[in-house]
Design a protein around this ligand. Structure first.
Ligand code: OMP
Length: 234
């Protein structure tokens, strides 16, 4: 049940459902997998929902700081969906933990390099020599996160960790295309490869637990079947 979830995570799940951010049906993912559910962070555009996602991120980050010693100077949001996130989250961190987090900055990247004016690829705080926390909407295969890590490293930043709204807990797509075999998680591989911590407000397990209170039996069944098929072994 959702009762094991901290209250702020339950609130976030409720906001995601009420706001139409979390939808059930049939959706093709970037990985080409067909998913019975989809989380569209772009729907968090009202004042109330933008506040809800920023709060849930900020609380997850503060918890990671307290429990896992996460330390960072910059909240980095990869273009495009990470851009409103990094600014809203930074404001919220300053509000919730002014004694130690009102010194953090945000920055984000451009999709295309700008060759006039101030130039460069990064808007906001310079990443050089700074500990950078990546914030993004969803992690499935981790491809977009890998790109962000490369970009930050190229700019001289040190990646301190990644925080996402949703960890879909999926195994990496199999090299031979056979997704029926067990496989390691996208998150696990990123952790190993780069030695960085990764945190999520919600996981697929949280959604399945939470949806028992409101979803149709068919959506629950489809989502459970999807989890059984694609959940990673770690
Ligand atoms: P990576 O895991 O880094 O490849 O990124 C997955 C991306 O897929 C996310 O950043 C989203 O743009 C998109 N996505 C969603 O937004 N919501 C979902 O529920 C699933 C996906 C997806 O296509 O996997």
């Amino acid at each position: 049940t959702t009762s094991q979830l901290p209250a702020y995570k339950q609130d976030f799940l409720k906001s995601a459902i009420d706001g139409g951010v979390l939808k059930f049906g049939s959706f093709e993912l970037k990985s080409k997998r067909i998913s019975p559910y989809f989380f569209n962070a772009g729907e968090f555009h009202t004042a109330r929902l933008a506040g809800a996602i920023a709060s849930a991120f900020a609380k997850t980050i503060i918890e990671a700081q307290e429990k896992s010693g996460l330390e960072f100077d910059i909240v980095f949001g990869p273009a495009y969906k990470g851009i409103p996130l990094c600014s809203a989250i930074t404001i919220k961190l300053g509000e919730l933990a002014p004694q130690n987090l009102d010194r953090v900055s945000y920055s984000f990247d451009r999709k295309e390099a700008k060759d006039h004016g101030e130039g460069g690829n990064i808007v906001g705080a310079s990443l050089k020599g700074k500990r950078v926390l990546i914030v993004d909407d969803v992690i499935t295969a981790g491809t977009a996160k890998r790109d962000a890590i490369e970009k930050i490293t190229k700019e001289g930043g040190i990646v301190a960790g990644i925080v996402v709204a949703l960890d879909r807990m999926e195994k990496l797509p199999a090299a031979d295309g056979d997704d029926s075999k067990p496989g390691p998680s996208a998150i696990g591989e990123l952790r190993k490869e780069y030695g960085i911590p990764i945190f999520a407000i919600l996981t697929l397990d949280d959604i399945i637990d939470g949806m028992k209170g409101f979803a149709t039996p068919e959506d629950i069944k489809n989502t459970e079947e999807y989890r059984a098929k694609y959940k990673a072994t770690d």
